[in-house]
Design a binder for this molecule. Structure first.
Ligand code: SAM
Length: 290
């Protein structure tokens, strides 16, 4: 049973709630034009490092004819996704040793996973399990924009709590997180160097601003709740004394944020995520063609 990521790095709510928003149907066009997949085809799609499954769930809606399989190393995520998401097969497995035969899938896809997996194995395994002509889609979070509302800014008590916590670097080293970061130029180079061809890049820019009138109330409140849960799970993962008190503070801040939203007092706090989409093709190997 591997629970390293869900226990110590990011919890179910952090990943599921933020990704459910990022992969809302409202933003499908941005992904669609960069994915370049045929919705009419019976594609076999493999998602690698699926976490609690929000992208796989969106893929099932977007490509209803596709057969979707998703793997992750973390048992808690796989268990959660299997129990909550229909129509996708979730499997525990390692990206460096995918539990599939060669030439099985038409598409491989991952979101915010490349930076955590040794590149030769990351690309090599996808190349192996893809069919000839198959498409590899690598989604990578880049620096976005974040601006807080006054009522959810960090309090003195929270600051004091975080001063006692391990630094990001320590956490990353302890749990082998983000050991292979790459720039926007390095990812496509790495993809090409590891055997993919016809590589292209594009971006999806997802503006999550609860007060923006285009968002229905349910979605606006989901944005506020996603932030609340991310903050709470970060406190739990820190494994420090005093967590309960800090969680109470977080809850009262976000209760206030919701109250302001519901009463029409606009704060214009915003979180804009920028997702780079790198697409490459496994071209036909002439040696294997009859
Ligand atoms: C930043 S999270 C992203 C999860 C999911 N793609 C999402 O966007 O919500 C990184 C995920 O990669 C998984 N992961 C990291 N290394 C892995 C490996 N070698 N094999 C399989 N999964 C891995 C972690 O368990 C975690 O679920």
């Amino acid at each position: 049973m591997n629970t390293t990521w869900s226990e110590h790095v990011q919890g179910i709510n952090t990943l599921y709630m933020s990704r459910k928003l990022r992969f809302d149907d409202m933003f499908f066009d941005q992904y669609d034009k960069n994915f370049g997949l045929d919705r009419e085809k019976d594609l076999r799609i493999l998602e690698i490092g699926c976490g609690p499954g929000a992208l796989a769930e969106a893929l099932k809606r977007w490509y209803p004819k596709a057969q979707i399989t998703a793997v992750d190393r973390d048992s808690v995520f796989v268990e959660y996704a299997s129990a909550h998401i229909n129509g996708v097969e979730f499997i525990e497995g390692d990206a460096t040793k995918l539990p599939f035969e060669d030439n099985t899938f038409d598409v491989t896809i991952s979101n915010t996973v490349q930076e955590h997996v040794e590149p030769e194995a990351f690309w090599g395994e996808q190349l192996r399990v893809l069919k000839s002509g198959g498409i590899c889609l690598c989604l990578s979070a880049r620096r976005g924009i974040y601006s807080s509302a006054h009522c959810i800014e960090e309090t003195r008590e929270e600051k004091a709590f975080w001063e006692k916590a391990k630094s990001w670097q320590e956490v990353n080293e302890t749990y082998q997180v983000c050991q292979y970061p790459m720039t926007e130029a390095e990812i496509p180079i790495s993809m090409e160097q590891n055997g993919f061809e016809a590589v292209t890049t594009g971006y999806a820019v997802i503006n999550l601003t609860p007060d923006a009138p285009k968002y229905p109330a349910e979605m606006a409140e989901a944005m506020i709740e996603a932030q609340r849960q991310t903050s709470i799970e970060a406190v739990i993962s820190a494994e420090l004394p005093g967590a309960e008190k800090v969680i109470d503070i977080i809850n009262s801040k976000y209760d206030e944020r919701l109250r302001l939203y519901r009463n029409g007092f606009k704060q214009w706090d915003t979180s804009v995520s920028v997702t780079m989409i790198i697409r490459g093709i496994k071209t036909t190997d002439p040696m294997n063609e009859g």
